[in-house]
Design a protein around this ligand. Structure first.
Ligand code: FE2
Ligand code: FE2
Length: 178
């Protein structure tokens, strides 16, 4: 199947409105690296932007990008590559749980809550450290293990497409309630 030309492939903008492009099924780690770059860019925008409207927009997009990326790793990538380094995967999953709890708490807060700012800072610091460790320690190990990544990539592509669809629906529903 030619994913590039597949009308069902995920080349639509995600819930945060950022186009994600076709999923690189033979190199799924590239998709994770692309997500990491987006997280870094949005974290940087949130840190540097001076207007509260721009910061709120960056925060909303960041939370959505993080949610999508975390679910993709937890749902498919980590279970599929657990054999490469099980202890590191357990450690990453623990960090995802902690970040997920913090993310859920932030999402349920009004944007004007004074606790939101320090909690977002804490989440961003935690996440940036986590993605450094994935890129610096885990992805090189994965490359050395020379796994056939295409079956994992295909699974990740369809998981991501259905997640984006669900999250977009949830987002438009919560938007309609506002
Ligand atoms: Fe992760
Ligand atoms: Fe990651």
């Amino acid at each position: 199947m030619d994913i590039e030309n597949d009308p069902n492939s995920n080349s639509q903008p995600d819930a945060s409105g950022v186009p994600r492009g076709a999923f690189p099924v033979d190199r799924p780690v590239d998709a994770l690296l692309r997500d990491h770059q987006m997280v870094r860019r949005l974290a940087d925008a949130w840190t540097r932007d001076t207007s509260s409207a721009a910061r709120n927009q960056a925060a909303t997009q960041l939370l959505q990008a993080l949610e999508l990326h975390s679910r993709l790793e937890e749902g498919v990538f980590y279970p599929a590559v657990r054999q490469v380094d099980a202890s590191l995967i357990s450690h990453f999953e623990d960090e995802h749980h902690r970040a997920g709890d913090l993310l859920a708490a932030i999402k349920n807060m009004p944007e004007t809550d004074p606790q939101r700012e320090p909690m977002l800072r804490q989440l961003i610091d935690m996440v940036l450290q986590h993605i450094e460790q994935e890129e610096g320690e885990f992805f090189p190990k994965l490359q050395q293990a020379q796994l056939d990544m295409t079956p994992i990539g295909l699974q990740m592509a369809s998981f991501e497409a259905s997640l984006v669809h669900t999250m977009t629906i949830q987002d438009s529903r919560s938007g309609a309630r506002r």
